[in-house]
Design a protein around this ligand. Sequence first.
Ligand code: FMN
Length: 311
Amino acid sequence: MRVIGFNASPRKSGSTAWSITQILESATEAGAETQIFHSGGLTISPCRGCLGCAKGDGCVVADDMRAVYASLKQADALVLGSPLYMAQMSGQAKVFTDRLFAQITPRFSPRFKEENAGKKLILVFTQGNPDQSKFQAYYDYTRNMFQMLEFDGQDMIVVTGTRSEQASRNVGLSDVLRKAGQKLAQTFPSGGIGMATAIDEYIDEQNTEVQPLLRNICDTIRNAAPGATEKISYRMPTFWRGENIIHFAAFKHHIGIYPGGEAVGVFFKRLMGYKTSKGAIQLPIDKPIDYELITDIMRWRMEQIERKQEG
Ligand SMILES: Cc1cc2nc3c(=O)[nH]c(=O)nc-3n(C[C@H](O)[C@H](O)[C@H](O)COP(=O)(O)O)c2cc1C
């Protein structure tokens, strides 16, 4: 898994840089490949609005954002850190966000690309003022904006009070940041760099011991959803018929299946022994996989989708 950090403070060794670095260091320790870009050392000019990117070859502006685009394309997660300037993200963060347009756009945009959606995001803001609530409305707004761009799980960490002392001197903060980095790395699918464009390729990228389980799960789903479109969506194997039927993904200790929130509700009795959350079910790798359960969930999903599409 790859994580990139973007420091939108002009200062390469300020509180924002330090905070991002803490997250990246612990993600590295948990097995991630990480890289940091400091806006202070880069020339990234504002979006020109020329729509040159509409031709499909990416942004036409030849500046340091090219290197960021290349890394971001291969990244599973972004840690975007910005100082709060005049109660908003810094100009550097805004320019960076605007320039994402050439690669990451909302689903309603004609240039939306499924393969670029679903990257994890940690937003880090540092602010001089000790009171976070003064700017909470802006932070919530920003989180929603990144949600619209289909970043996944927009965790946000706000570092306050940097006017009186550098973030690095804030007791306990390092732990919070490092935990976030560790969690980020651990919630990732176990293998590869997430560049697979087909389900079989995705499975081939995973650890060898989990591959047979993934193949069996995939076959179980295929049998229950004949003719469904197979693709990679949100960086996970996905079966689709007019809507996503189910995703699945491999993690270090479990395989996640994602049949949607309603399915998890309907099957709650049979899911008692499993960890579940918001439409996700964790199948532990060290226990036998209940393929019958997957088949039954799939049958229910297919009927549900048929009913929706008929009515
Ligand atoms: C131009 C400018 C505007 C700022 N505006 C705010 C603000 O509106 N609210 C706030 O709490 N801090 C504000 N600050 C303080 C910074 O957000 C804070 O010092 C931040 O941690 C700096 O990050 P850095 O050390 O990574 O550069 C501002 C600082 C500058 C230079």
